[in-house]
Design a protein. Structure first.
Length: 487
């Protein structure tokens, strides 16, 4: 007799009080889907036993099936794009979505989502407008450039600029600046995609002005300087300054482009942070075009900003890739609101979350740690929790060598067995990831380390604490499952 016949019907489960109750919060369609998936997985578990006589399985009880269906329902109802706690110690974390937006930017985005907007429409004349106009005057004011345009991200900004200004010609760049940013963004590859011929000059550690001068010829389309944002060359080094490169380029009649990467609009030194080059400085040094990201140190939405001389920006805007890479209205609205804060706010370091997090004093982070410590310490039997000093990184290829003093909760397994400690760390990491708002930390020197720098709002602290009982439950249920699976 096939035990699969004993499984209840979908309707039987649908009529169960717990699943009836669930239909108050979820659609009937979703509940039914969860039940079907539960029964399907139970059916295939049982199918593994057919034909075997020695070990006949029994079907799960109605109550257990109901619980499984409720679990499944919870999973189905969770959106894939979920917010998490970034306690990795890397503030601008590309895999965790980089910068969180300022409140005015969030409001602007919601407004743009809800209503039609004058995106490419000139309200004065009633004629067609240009979507760049929403941010161009602000970008010019904040960087000192004559003109500006924006695209989907900085990789797109670099690709578009190279394509528009140097396709079919040579782009001259120092060997020390052939950067890889991650993913497939490598300067030589981007140049090839843009149809430029890479002309590298100098050596990895040292490049001189004369290297550029001798490289320039009939075929030169552009001189490029790339900010070596995710590494530092130290020791016996030499590079050519923006001012010198601009002079060399202009004497030869070719444009000079700087890919700044981060593009901090605030003066970082004045905020007590390590100095970071600003687009304004590159423009003042004579760069003809400067590109940078919207969601790195600028603290806005994902975008690529191109600022520079009017005639070059016009050429860039006319290139077909510009249309392919253009920004949508939501991003434009968020970018405009963020830029306005740089122009209008008395304290952008308070109003722009990325800057607020970066400038957060270590003592303030320690205070958060003190408040969380006692409930964390009492939580798990086999884990010791301490508050330990650590260093945060800015991340996303910003300031590779500069680190910010911070504090972390270090969750350290107590077992004496190395393998047991290792398993315990993995279980804990997984349990944190399974929370309603997943917590992402980092394993460092035998402990799961949660850098508290990004837990900067009181509300976040409360959410974190409110999840601790669930953490205990997930951690312990993983332990049980682990033991079940032991031979
Ligand atoms: C980050 C970075 C890029 C790529 O920018 P995205 O916004 O990630 O597309 C390009 N160049 C440099 C120097 C960078 O730091």
């Amino acid at each position: 007799m096939d035990v699969r016949r004993n499984l209840p019907a979908v309707d039987t489960l649908l009529a169960h009080p717990a699943l009836q109750q669930a239909q108050r919060y979820h659609s009937w369609r979703l509940v039914r889907q969860a039940i079907r998936m539960t029964l399907e997985s139970e059916r295939s578990r049982l199918a593994d036993y057919t034909g075997r006589t020695e070990h006949q399985p029994t079907t799960l009880s109605l109550e257990t099936l109901t619980d499984r269906a409720l679990e499944r329902l919870e999973q189905l109802a969770l959106p894939s794009s979920r917010s998490v706690f970034n306690l990795t110690g890397t503030v601008i974390h590309t895999n965790l979505g980089r910068s969180a937006l300022a409140e005015p930017a969030i409001e602007a985005m919601a407004e743009a989502a809800r209503y039609p907007m004058a995106l490419e429409y000139d309200l004065e004349s009633g004629g067609r407008g240009d979507r760049d106009r929403l941010v161009e005057p602000l970008l010019c004011e904040l960087t000192g450039a004559e003109a500006a345009t924006v695209v989907n991200n900085n990789a797109g900004a670099v690709l578009l600029t190279l394509s528009a200004l140097a396709s079919g010609r040579e782009a001259v760049i120092s060997r020390g600046e052939l950067i890889e940013i991650g993913g497939a963004f490598r300067m030589p590859d981007i140049m090839a995609s843009a149809g430029c011929r890479l002309h590298e000059v100098g050596a990895t550690n040292r490049t001189h002005a004369r290297d550029f001068q001798t490289a320039l010829g009939e075929d030169t389309g552009l001189i490029v300087k790339a900010h070596t944002s995710n590494y530092a060359i130290t020791g016996f080094t030499k590079s050519v300054s923006e001012r010198e490169l601009a002079a060399i380029a202009h004497a030869h009649g070719v444009p000079f482009m700087v890919d700044l990467g981060s593009g901090a609009l605030a003066d970082f030194s004045a905020l007590g942070l390590p100095h970071e080059s600003q687009p304004r400085e590159a423009i003042a040094a004579g760069a003809d075009v400067v590109t940078f990201s919207g969601d790195k140190l600028l603290g806005g939405p994902q975008a690529g900003v191109i600022v520079g001389r009017r005639e070059l920006i016009d050429i860039i805007k006319r290139h077909p890739l510009k249309r392919a890479l253009r920004l949508d209205k939501l991003t434009l609205a968020a970018l405009e609101a963020t830029l306005r804060l740089y122009r209008d706010s008395d304290a952008p370091q308070r109003d722009i979350p990325t800057l607020a997090i970066l400038t957060r004093p270590a003592a303030d982070i320690a205070a958060t740690g003190e408040r969380l410590l006692s409930s964390a310490q009492a939580l798990l039997d086999d884990i010791d929790v301490t508050l330990a000093p650590c260093v945060s990184q800015l991340g996303s290829g910003s300031l590779p060598v500069d680190r910010l003093p911070s504090y972390a909760l270090a969750w350290r397994p107590l077992s004496r067995d190395r393998h047991a400690r290792e398993r315990c760390l993995r279980r804990m990491e997984a349990a944190f990831r399974q929370l309603p708002r997943p917590v992402i930390g980092r394993i460092h020197e035998g402990a799961l380390t949660l850098d508290l720098r990004c837990l900067h709002r009181p509300a976040d602290e409360d959410t974190f604490t409110a999840q601790l009982p669930a953490l205990k439950q997930r951690y312990e249920s993983q332990q049980d499952r682990h033991e079940e699976n032991q031979p």
